[in-house]
Design a protein around this ligand. Structure first.
Ligand SMILES: Cc1cc2nc3c(=O)[nH]c(=O)nc-3n(C[C@H](O)[C@H](O)[C@H](O)COP(=O)(O)OP(=O)(O)OC[C@H]3O[C@@H](n4cnc5c(N)ncnc54)[C@H](O)[C@@H]3O)c2cc1C
Length: 311
């Protein structure tokens, strides 16, 4: 069985950052990558990560993160971790029937936006279809935008998008919102927002350049129509990638890992960072901050362990 000081699960901004810190501390550390670059690696342009005033493509930024981590000695293996267990304080990570053991573990497995599963959604992803208004809203200046969903994320992001779009339609399958009252009021007061009630998206339509419209169906009348739009933001929930952990660490009802401010989970020596943990803001900058803290806390844990101190 291969042995390491620390294992990191996830090859997004949080995973690579934890790798930079732990490898630079001269630890023997292995990262399981999953999809290289994570969610950040899938986005065309990141304009709000400090240090890149002209913006940078997500793929280029993630390549730089990875390069920096490897330079300090991070070992990377591809593959999805199937499960994790703790035996006598050791963290056992299972990948394709192989076991790897470490004293400390950083979970940085991120999250995936729930999909609508309609035609055009995958095809126009990154060319009009987005799951992140903070990230992509500014690309849709003075054009109509459709937001899909009726919860807090949908409503808050729709209000945010009104600073860019000429008009923002909120398409919701019911006749009332699930969002908090304060968020609802903000949306109702905003003259740029139009609600399209009792309606579901049937298809996202486009051409060579990107999205041109959204075909919707009224679930009460069965009537269909096309809303002209160049941006479609989908907020029908996000699922953190934590199911493979089972009940190993404490999670909230949605599956987000609960940590303290040092990124410690309820299990000594196991840390969580980035979009897989419960927190306020899900961005590259916060993933990086979480991961630096998690790696630092893991390093202190390893030092206590080596000194024979209580962990
Ligand atoms: C389209 C889009 C655009 C965005 N634009 C911006 C932006 O402009 N600015 C910004 O700050 N943020 C942006 N974000 C948000 C940002 O990408 C995330 O907050 C950030 O990537 C979270 O980093 P993370 O490392 O926690 O998780 P992720 O990036 O989700 O990475 C998780 C990694 O873990 C891997 N993984 C999952 N399960 C396993 C497993 N069982 N075993 C091994 N590996 C596993 C995944 O394959 C992936 O490599 C955007 C998100 C999207 C979807």
């Amino acid at each position: 069985m291969e042995k390491y000081d620390a294992i990191i699960i996830g090859g997004g901004p949080a995973g690579y950052t934890a790798g930079i810190y732990l490898a630079r501390a001269a630890r023997n550390v292995l990262l399981f990558e999953g999809v290289p670059g994570g969610q950040a690696g899938t986005t065309d342009l990141i304009e709000n990560y400090p240090g890149f005033p002209e913006g940078i493509s997500g793929a280029d930024l993630m390549e730089k993160f990875k390069h920096q981590a490897v330079k300090f000695g991070l070992k990377i293996k591809d593959g999805m971790v199937d499960s994790v267990e703790v035996r006598e304080g050791k963290k056992i990570v299972k990948v394709r029937e192989q076991e790897y053991v470490a004293d400390a573990l950083v979970i940085a497995t991120g999250a995936d936006a729930n999909k609508l599963g309609v035609p055009g959604e995958e095809e126009y992803r990154g060319r009009g279809v987005s799951y992140c208004a903070t990230c992509d809203g500014a690309f849709f200046k003075n054009v109509p935008i459709v937001v899909v969903g009726g919860g807090d994320s949908a409503v808050k992001e729709a209000v945010y998008l009104t600073q860019f779009g000429s008009k923002v339609y909120i398409v919701h399958r019911r006749d009332k919102l699930r969002a908090e009252k304060a968020n609802q009021e903000m949306a109702f007061k905003n003259e740029k927002i139009e609600f399209v009630w009792n309606s579901v998206v049937e298809e996202i339509i486009g051409d060579k350049l990107g999205v041109t419209g959204v075909r919707i169906r009224n679930v009460k009348t069965g009537e269909t129509k096309v809303i002209d739009a160049e941006g479609v933001f989908i907020y029908v929930g996000v699922t953190p990638n934590t199911a493979f952990l089972g009940d190993l660490v404490e999670k909230d009802e949605k599956g987000y890992i609960i940590t303290n401010e040092n990124m410690e989970t309820n299990i000594p020596g196991i840390y969580a960072a980035g979009d897989c943990r419960k927190k306020l803001l899900y961005q590259v900058a916060t993933a990086v901050g979480d991961a630096a803290t998690a790696a630092w806390a893991a390093e202190e844990y390893l030092e206590r362990l080596e000194a024979g101190q209580e962990v």
